[in-house]
Design a protein around this ligand. Structure first.
Ligand SMILES: *Cc1c(COP(=O)(O)O)cnc(C)c1O
Length: 408
């Protein structure tokens, strides 16, 4: 599409001139969103197949979540943790009941939840496992994505993430994902934690071999190593369970939540764990000015209620199967372009044999209604629509995908 005289072009230029160039977005400028649909500044409608990296699992501006937020905005929004508020405890109790954990540490963004877990694991190592001071090691996986802080990018294996940002924080060991023998070899007496994504989202929806997570978990139990599941992208029904870890019947020592736990209306994140682990944090040892703020906690409580009321996981499983079957049929039609279809629930990706960007642009440009999906790295396209999508709308999306692969 030629944008040269459009409002879209105006806003793209405005961004380009005034904000850091740390993203290469699909050139669409959204001004309105509802449920699974978004509209751009020129009035065109699109299906959102990214859901803000699975933050919008319940659809944009879910009425129950917006109402919970609005109600709270009229009372109190932020007190800081220097004082207490009447939302945090209530929300944490509901979240713990829903997830089966004893205690919640509230933060705001995903990277903060990860950093918090790393701090907790180290302190737990020194205080409860008697690891010698400054010797704690944490094991992570190749192709991980855990966020963008200076420590986290230091254990990324993606040069775009770490290059130019050294020196790296010491104390991290990187092993291949899905390789239980590598984990066995990497664990030493100084190992305090194993940080892992149950499915690697940013890497292109990489599902590990069946049984891997369970074996890794059992190995961690045997060696007294904390198993830390980063469910920031996989959690809250996206993969067809509340947490993807449930597929292998494991209960990680720490589970990290963000993205969908804020219902797409407020940034909420945090660490779920047991008191035995969490009580290494004592007053003054960790904090966040906005962590546990009234608005976010009101939203969190509403998200917990919503997930209890409606079977989003069941929907994700059924629709995910339907969608993957459809994508596999498209793969059969274009075997020279599509290498693989993979995923779980409604966290799905296709890996191409050719560069993905022309396809994501063509999906966006489909007329009269576009499909928004983003390539991850150069060759994969992730499809993760809100879990509220209907089979009819998914069928339409499959038709558009089929058409685009026929044309390019
Ligand atoms: C998005 C993401 C993060 C980082 O979350 P931010 O809110 O962007 O800091 C961490 N881990 C995983 C698995 C993610 O998908």
């Amino acid at each position: 599409m030629d944008n040269s005289n459009s409002k879209t072009k105006y806003f793209l230029d405005l961004d380009k001139k005034n904000t850091a160039h740390n993203y290469k977005p699909i050139p669409v400028v959204i001004k309105k969103a509802k449920g699974i649909w978004v509209w751009d500044v020129d009035g065109k409608k699109y299906l959102d197949c990214l859901s803000a990296y699975s933050s919008q699992n319940f659809g944009h501006r879910h009425p129950k979540l917006v109402n919970a937020l609005k109600k709270q905005l009229n009372k109190v929004i932020l007190t800081s943790r220097a004082f207490c508020n009447d939302s945090m405890g209530k929300a944490a109790k509901k979240l713990c009941e829903l997830t089966g954990y004893e205690v919640f540490l509230p933060m705001n963004t995903g990277a903060e939840a990860v950093e918090s877990a790393l701090k907790i694991a180290r302190k737990w190592g020194y205080e409860k496992k008697n690891v010698e001071e400054n010797k704690a090691e944490i094991i992570v996986c190749e192709n991980n994505f855990h966020g963008r802080t200076i420590t986290i990018v230091g254990f990324s294996t993606d040069p775009d993430c770490y290059s130019g940002f050294g020196p790296k924080t010491p104390g991290f060991k990187i092993i291949p994902y899905g390789d239980i023998e590598a984990l066995k070899k990497a664990i030493t007496k100084n190992t305090v934690g194993f940080l892992v994504e149950p499915i690697q989202g940013e890497a292109g929806v990489i599902v590990p071999p069946e049984g891997y997570l369970k074996e890794a978990y059992e190995l961690c139990k045997e060696k007294n190593v904390l198993f830390i599941a980063d469910e920031i992208q996989t959690g809250f029904c996206r993969t067809g369970k509340l947490f993807a870890s449930e597929y292998e019947d494991i209960k990680p020592d720490m589970t990290l939540v963000a993205k969908a736990v804020g219902g797409g209306v407020w940034p909420v994140s945090g660490v779920l764990s047991s008191w035995e682990i969490m009580d290494v944090l004592t007053p003054g040892t960790h904090g966040s000015t906005w962590g546990g703020n009234s608005a976010g906690m009101a939203v969190l409580e509403a998200v917990c209620d919503l997930v209890k009321e409606q079977d989003f996981s069941g929907r994700a499983r059924e629709l995910g199967q339907f969608f993957m079957d459809g994508l596999k049929k498209i793969q059969k039609k274009y075997p020279d372009k599509i290498k693989e279809v993979r995923g779980k629930g409604l966290l799905v990706a296709i890996e191409l044999k050719v560069k993905a960007r022309p396809y994501t642009e063509a999906l966006k440009n489909n007329e009269p209604v576009g499909v928004l999906a983003k390539e991850t790295h150069s060759y994969s396209i992730r499809f993760a629509p809100p879990l509220t999508i209907s089979e009819k709308d998914l069928t339409w999306a499959l038709e558009v995908i089929d058409k685009v692969f026929g044309e390019i």
